[in-house]
Design a protein around this ligand. Structure first.
Ligand code: BGC
Length: 699
């Protein structure tokens, strides 16, 4: 292909070249992004579709999978691979070449509006889930576009805000998942973030695009701007941005019912000016041609951009004659959507209320429990063919079910809601009725939720509306109370001591109710573990201060450095509500024998694990490292490995997890990655705070 691509590039006129480095309108009207190709020289068009919770082909339906944070809660990269494969095949079924995802930004603040689209507060877990998803997508001959590179950790003021972040923090926390996407998963395309990093817009960031991503990591595909996220012509072209997207006016490209989303609607809580949404290919169209003619950008720079586009087209088989296989909403995909929802469900507490008995009468209570919680608002919204609400799911499984809303429905943000589906929020919501239903049943199951969306961060981490009052009133009256949270991340739980069990199901997607019934009745073990720390209050996180989030004068200070998520809670000795890695099982695992032995390039941790309960269950063995020998301040513990295993009742196995010397490295601002030589510590356990064995190791 190299020589072919060279000749294709040579054949293109400057006008034609320019046409290929910005988007235009998809003649089929399905794609989220479209690069036209060139018929004369034989370059096919490239189609891109959102991502990452399912395929959002405009006006079409697809399997609505659980949110990324739910997938990450499975701690199961193989599941991510299966998900990615299904996602890729659904994209292929709509003739799409690229999935705009996964999003591998780190969950830095619990308020983040898009946290549900991301995996975790931990770079290692994020990288493993990202690599699995990307490998899956690309196994279907569809490209993944990993996003949003980099430090896109909030929605407030997202076009302007500058993440003021140290090099060490970038390297240790925010970059590793992107690096793994490139070096391990061979991701075929990368999307830049809207925000600035240390003052420079990411679409203009020569050091992070050209030096780090393309230079150090050897990325050879195209770097694509987020939609209307290109901010300059010459700077961006020279910095390493390859394609400006979408090259189309907002109105021309969103469905009619979504036309009320324009820059005026974009939340702008801080009162800052939003940049004007450019008309059409404002930077890489005509202005780029003029810049080339004026000698400000060498044509060879454009040729390289075309070569990267050709590499992508070739990798997804667009120069081959064979049609790519795709499939949509198959029974397997529906089952997979359910399995991810089940495996991602985290049982936070359980004093024996769960699993429910087959004969239990259930009072299902919740303002929105008669609808599946598909996802949050924004570009990741998917329209499924089928969906199951908690009410439907439990009706299938429970012997006796009543339903009360309790309080008015919680509003759900959407980019695409045309208003037709508004639930009636008036007459049938009363806490008294919910209490009466709870009193009459063996068990009250309350489904509560938050509302998260692209464009806007959560104002706080409280359950919205009157849901806390509802939970407290029901818990007072019911014999047993189970709370099911459908949230984008942590919420405060003022009623925690009064309820008998709490499940976190995140945004579970189309199989919501089916998965919930499966877990509640114990047909499957809720095998999820928290991919984020649940603090007691937003004030407990490093982003509680305005300068740290959402920022002051267009700058947000990442002064907590590498101490993000549990690293911060550990460092400050703050007791979380539930720690990173936490999650209960219906069975009990014993860590019989834990050893660490030296290998040629590191260490091997071996755990003799036994399921001593009376049912099949899943355990996630977690290994953390403390780089005690490092000369710089390091987190008390950092995830360096994990293994997820299912065992039948009474079964035992030996779980082995390999560590490399590099797992004990820190980033030194002058010397780069440096192994902390000397005595370090390895901690093995079932969460970041439930440690079963600790070892000193000589590195
Ligand atoms: C989002 C991207 C998305 C793109 C296309 C942007 O608003 O930030 O994640 O892929 O729109 O819909």
């Amino acid at each position: 292909m190299e020589s072919d691509s060279k000749s294709l590039v040579d054949e293109l006129t400057l006008e034609e070249t320019i046409e290929l480095i910005h988007g235009s309108l998809d003649p089929d009207g399905k794609a989220t992004g479209y690069v036209p190709g060139n018929e004369r020289v034989g370059i096919p068009p490239l189609t891109m579709v959102d991502g990452p919770l399912g395929v959002r082909a405009l006006g079409e339906q697809a399997t609505a999978f659980p949110s990324s944070i739910a997938l990450a809660a499975s701690w199961n990269p193989d599941l991510a691979r299966r998900f990615g494969t299904a996602l890729g095949r659904e994209a292929a079924a709509y003739g799409q070449d690229v999935v705009l995802g996964p999003g591998v930004n780190i969950i830095r603040t619990p308020n983040g509006g898009r946290n549900f689209e991301y995996y975790s507060e931990d770079p290692r877990l994020t990288a493993r889930m990202g690599v699995g998803t990307i490998e899956g997508i690309q196994s279907a001959d569809v490209a993944a576009m990993v996003k949003h590179y980099v430090a896109n950790n909030q929605e407030t003021n997202r076009y302007e805000v500058s993440a003021e972040v140290s090099e060490r923090t970038l390297r240790e926390i925010y970059l590793p998942a992107f690096r793994a996407a490139v070096e391990e998963a061979d991701v075929l395309s990368v999307m830049t973030a809207y925000n600035r990093v240390n003052g420079v817009h990411m679409s203009d960031h020569e050091r992070l695009l050209s030096d780090v991503l393309k230079g150090e990591w050897g990325f050879d595909g195209p770097v694509v701007s987020d939609w209307w996220g290109t901010r300059s012509t010459v700077d961006a072209a020279l910095a390493g941005l390859d394609i400006e997207m979408p090259g189309v006016e907002l109105e021309a490209y969103l469905p009619d019912e979504a036309s009320d989303i324009d820059e005026g609607d974009a939340p702008d809580d801080e009162g800052g000016e939003l940049p004007p949404v450019p008309d059409v290919s404002a930077y890489f169209g005509e202005p780029l041609r003029e810049a080339v003619e004026a000698g400000e950008v060498d044509e060879s720079i454009l040729d390289e951009k075309i070569e990267r586009l050709l590499t992508l087209l070739e990798s997804v088989g667009r120069f081959d004659d064979d049609a790519r296989d795709g499939e949509l909403d198959t029974p397997e995909h529906r089952r997979l959507a359910r399995d991810i929802a089940v495996e991602g469900t985290v049982m936070l507490t359980n004093d024996g209320a769960l699993p429910l008995d087959d004969s239990d009468s259930i009072a299902l209570i919740g303002p929105n429990a008669d609808a599946a919680k598909l996802g949050g608002g924004g570009s990741s919204e998917v329209t499924p063919v089928t969906e199951t609400s908690p009410r439907e799911g439990l009706a299938e499984r429970a012997a006796d079910l009543t339903f009360e809303r309790g309080v008015p429905p919680i509003a759900e943000s959407s980019f695409f809601d045309d208003g037709d589906e508004q639930r009636d929020d008036s007459a049938d919501a009363s806490i008294d009725d919910a209490v009466a239903a709870a009193e009459a049943a063996d068990c009250a199951v309350i489904v509560a939720q938050d509302d998260a969306t692209e464009f806007k961060d959560r104002d706080d981490i409280e359950l919205p509306g009157e849901q806390n009052d509802l939970v407290s009133a029901v818990a007072d009256a019911a014999e047993r109370t189970v709370v099911v949270l459908r949230t984008s991340g942590p919420v405060e739980m003022p009623w925690l001591e009064d309820v008998d069990a709490v499940l976190e199901t995140w945004y579970p997607g189309q199989a919501d109710g089916e998965a919930l019934a499966t877990v509640l009745f114990g047909d499957a073990d809720p095998s999820g573990r928290l991919p984020v720390t649940f603090g007691r209050a937003a004030a407990d996180y490093p982003t509680a201060d305005e300068a740290a989030f959402p920022g002051v004068d267009d700058a947000v200070r990442y002064d907590e450095g590498v101490f993000v998520g549990y690293r911060y809670f550990d460092d400050r000795d703050v007791e979380p509500l539930f720690p990173f890695g936490h999650g209960l099982s219906y069975t009990t695992f014993e860590y019989d024998d834990v050893t660490v032995s030296e290998t040629t390039d590191g260490f091997e941790v071996a755990v003799d694990l036994r399921n001593v309960g009376d049912r099949t269950g899943t355990e996630v063995v977690q290994v953390y490292a403390r780089r005690s020998a490092a000369p710089v301040a390091c987190p008390d513990r950092e995830l360096v490995g994990f293994e997820t295993v299912s065992l039948e009742a009474g079964a035992e196995t030996t779980v082995t997890i390999s560590l490399e010397r590099d797992d004990f490295a820190y980033y030194d601002e002058s010397d780069g990655w440096t192994v902390a030589e000397g005595t370090n510590t390895v901690l093995v356990g079932r969460s970041s705070r439930d440690v079963r064995a600790t070892f000193d190791v000589d590195v």
